[in-house]
Design a protein around this ligand. Structure first.
Ligand code: ASP
Length: 466
């Protein structure tokens, strides 16, 4: 048995109270242990822990094959009786290459879609090389020849400007190589932010750029990982939509996926698989295993050239201020003092904040900080000419942000401020749509269609309208 201190990943994934207990009893991952706890006695193999899991349990694989989480506060004794390192690998199979099939590159950034919790060992393992992906989702080979590149391996809350810039450059290189489509594996939490930023950094792509993720890891029977990947590669390889898009579950059932424009999409549910929605508009298309069916006409078409504009810059001195009743001016002042160059306010209703903030908005204007208004309602346009408040704020330099979603306004402002600091130019660039981020009006059926509820909603409407 190797000396305890020499085992490299002996505490893999454990932190906080759970880590303390393992250290105290000098046991770790792959230790066969006898545990005495206030809940009883257990014997099993300590499994690695998923980093995002809680810090209050040690997970044991019991002799029965079941995994059990033992609450650490109740543990009074742990004794190592053996050590058995388990290795688990997804069976690698060569991804078949077929002349004539579209070439798709999958750029990985991390997130749940990049991990697979092996239910036998409990270890989080990557499922990422083409061989591993083919081993777990053989249908991918039906549509394309797949190449994979791991750019990052982070959960998406850790994605920021450096990753966005790296992604944009990698996309440029792939397009130059002549690929037929690009898929980006990404955590779902900030996928919409990345989609928005990339819509500005990568312009006039000749091929589809499809962000995809999964809400449930692929070890779970309800995982959306495989189907989302199939839909995304189908779109990247075969669709004629050359835009930055998000491809995720449509309904909660696995009937079809939806393609959302990168600048109008938002994660709207913390746990449903059908979490992404196109806001203030209708999605670009429905996609299933066989077909991409456009729901609209106004998308940029695929081209055969390799021209693309990569404009990968971002000034991160930009913030979003989510207004709440009674907000004090010091919130704005602290941003001015910290040197922020741009502020996106998510205001109430048509775009309001209380009068108490006005002096701070005046100070922002004097300091040359660019302030844009968006709406917390998410649906609908900012309208700052209706009420006195709106007019007053415009006089203080606050610029109505049309129907830019708050996060999209943030993404665009960071990108714009990396080009210019001139107030007129910043305003012009922000309010001139370049990737569908501002729509003139909302389609009448945009708010009505419970996206992802189709065709159920059509049936509902039919029943209730006639
Ligand atoms: N927290 C994860 C992430 O965004 C969740 C996911 O992948 O869906 O990276």
């Amino acid at each position: 048995m190797s000396a305890f201190a020499d085992r490299p990943d002996r505490f893999k994934g454990y932190r906080g109270a759970a880590l303390e207990v393992l250290e105290r009893f000098q046991v770790g991952v792959w230790s066969q242990v006898r545990v005495v706890s206030t809940r009883g006695r257990f014997e099993g193999l300590i499994l690695p822990r998923q980093e995002s899991a809680d810090a209050s349990h040690v997970v044991l694989k019991m002799i029965t094959g079941y995994n059990v989480g033992v609450e650490v506060s109740g543990i009074t004794e742990m004794v190592e009786v053996g050590y058995r390192e388990a290795h688990y690998k997804i069976p690698e199979q060569d991804f078949p290459y077929a002349e004539g099939k579209p070439n798709v590159t999958l750029l990985g950034t991390g997130g749940t879609i990049a991990s697979r919790l092996d239910y036998r060992t409990g270890a989080v393992i990557p499922a990422f090389s083409p061989g591993e992906l083919y081993g777990s989702v053989p249908e991918l080979a039906d549509t394309c020849n797949l190449t994979t590149k791991k750019l990052y391996g982070v959960f998406s809350e850790n994605i920021g400007p450096d990753h966005w810039i790296g992604l944009a450059k990698a996309i440029g290189e792939e397009i130059e190589r002549g690929v037929d489509g690009i898929v980006i594996g990404h955590g779902t939490d900030t996928m919409a932010h990345t989609a928005a930023v990339l819509s500005f950094m990568v312009q006039d792509s000749p091929v589809p750029i499809v962000l995809v993720g999964s809400q449930r890891s692929s070890d779970r029977p309800s995982s959306d990982a495989a189907l989302n990947l199939i839909h995304a590669t189908k779109t990247a390889g075969t669709s004629d939509m050359a835009e930055v898009m998000v491809c995720m579950f449509g309904p909660t059932s696995d009937q079809y996926g939806l393609l959302h424009r990168g600048t109008r999409v938002r994660k709207m549910h913390s746990s449903y698989r059908s979490t992404f929605r196109t806001v203030s508009d209708i999605p670009l298309a429905m996609v299933d295993r066989h077909l991409v069916t456009p729901l609209r006409e106004d998308y940029k078409r695929r081209r055969t050239d390799k021209n693309v504009t990569i404009d990968a810059v971002f000034d991160d001195r930009v913030s979003i201020v989510y207004y709440y009743p009674s907000m004090k001016p010091d919130v704005i002042d602290s941003l001015i003092q910290a040197g922020y160059r741009g502020i996106v306010i998510a205001g109430t209703g048509l775009g309001h904040v209380n009068k108490g903030l006005y002096p701070a908005l005046q100070r922002a204007k004097e300091a040359g900080v660019h302030v844009f208004m968006t709406v917390q309602t998410l649906w609908g346009h900012v309208q700052m000419n209706v009420y006195e408040t709106g007019r007053d704020m415009q006089a203080l330099g606050v610029i109505p942000g049309a129907n830019l979603l708050p996060e999209v306004a943030f993404a665009k402002l960071g990108w714009v401020l990396a080009h210019t600091d001139d107030p007129d130019e910043v305003r012009r660039m922000m309010l001139t749509p370049i990737a569908g981020e501002i729509t003139e009006r909302e389609p009448f059926d945009g708010y009505m269609i419970l996206q992802g509820g189709l065709p159920e909603v059509e049936e509902f409407n039919l029943k209730h309208m006639f």
